[in-house]
Design a protein around this ligand. Sequence first.
Ligand code: GAP
Length: 513
Amino acid sequence: MANQEDVFKKVISHAKEYGYVFQSSEIYDGLSAVYDYGQNGVELKNNIREYWWRAMTQLHDDIVGIDAAIFMHPTTWKASGHVDAFNDPLIDNKDSKKRYRADVLVEDHVAKIEAKIDKEVAKAAKRFGEAFDKEQFLATNARVKGYQEKATAILKRLGQSLEKEDLADVKTLIEELGIVCPVSGSKNWTDVKQFNLMFGTQLGATAESAMELYLRPETAQGIFVNFLNVQKTGRMKIPFGIAQTGKAFRNEIVARQFIFRMREFEQMEMQYFIKPGTQKEWYEAWKEKRMNWHLSLGMGEENYRFHDHEKLAHYADAACDIEFKFPFGFRELEGIHSRTDFDLGSHEKYSGKKLQYFDPEENKSYVPYVLETSIGLDRMFLAVFSNSLREEALENNTTRTVLQLPAVLAPTKAAVLPLLKRDGLPEIAEKLVNDLKWDMNVAYDEKDAVGRRYRRQDAVGTPFCITVDHQTLEDETVTIRHRDSMEQQRVKMDKVKGIITDAVAMKAWLKKI
Ligand code: GAP
């Protein structure tokens, strides 16, 4: 079996080769952690966004959408806590001049200890064969227990030091663990310093009149500052939600996992405004709703799990992630946060404007509590893309590369292929394309042998190929080849649109939520 690193490399090269994701400004050697979406990537991204948008706004009569600007008044970020608290602890190696996130250096060290545990387990499994009981081994083997205790103690100390903002102790921990710079191999570290992740810019023409702005690091604040506008103009009654998708920017220090962690990325966020005291039940309800949205795409229940936050952000009274099994392991895909009245309360304080709701049932006004769901669109793209890419061994001893995207998200739904470039077959195929293109993205391909054309469509993720052959001339039938099973069915040409629409229509998939 290919190792994780090879699988991930394959994902990245496939994304480039088939027009999904390119490095930004590649002809100038690229820009680190910034990416462009190609001709197929933009379609997949649009489809994921639409699938989220429709699930949120169309299927919930109490959720509406907005599109707030990226630039916001700078006080927004003071009120939200980002100016003071949106920091990463950084450390530089004096010899290599490389900069690292101090917490990531420690976590990578712990990952090495955990890898030793995995090695011991693999060795024991081999030694004991079928009789091997992993749980018992983990609980009783002295060496493994020693590793586990060490890993837990390190993470606990790191958590406590970060919580207390004791950056000197984070440096001491790095020194005590003997962590070396991966580039220079030296332990010659600077002190640990906090580094704010927001990108600054200026609004205005002259230096004197210019206003210092930030590029928004999350879309959520555009929703909070519009809470009353939407509530009043939409005559919304609590509980209700506001959804938004859009770009966010973070000056990430450790940005090395392709589109998993980017400096410019897109978020899909929904803030659900609720009565204070009801946050626990809404937290549970939204955890379930969001998990069901993910599962409706059929990417395997075993690839998702919840992870509760131990260290809560300054605004939250409960928070968890939905983690997905990426090629490099389980990582955060989406966050679900119970944000209390922190944001609206803080904007009230900083703006001097009341951000309250008059509850007719309670006959009083209050600052609503907020339940947030927040997912990275690019991260969802990576989850879908990496999960779909397969190398399949075929019966004839060949392999095929197939991108088994959920059909509802595939950039192109069908490719129409005339078997030969003559005998009137291309004309019939073009007619079929012209008929289908009003309902879906459809491709036409007449180059190379049909087998090679099937492989090309498999690799790009097209769920259906429709082949026009000589029998079509006789009885107006074509074959529909299914990407995943490679099975072919012969159907009347006038049935094609219905068959494909049933399989790819967003409505049918949304109904599974
Ligand atoms: N409004 C809450 C918020 O922004 P977050 O956990 O910082 O919470 C939410 O981000 C989601 O945004 C994450 O679960 C992830 O999917 C995505 N995300 C965050 N930083 C990202 C980055 N640098 N690149 C790509 N996606 C990112």
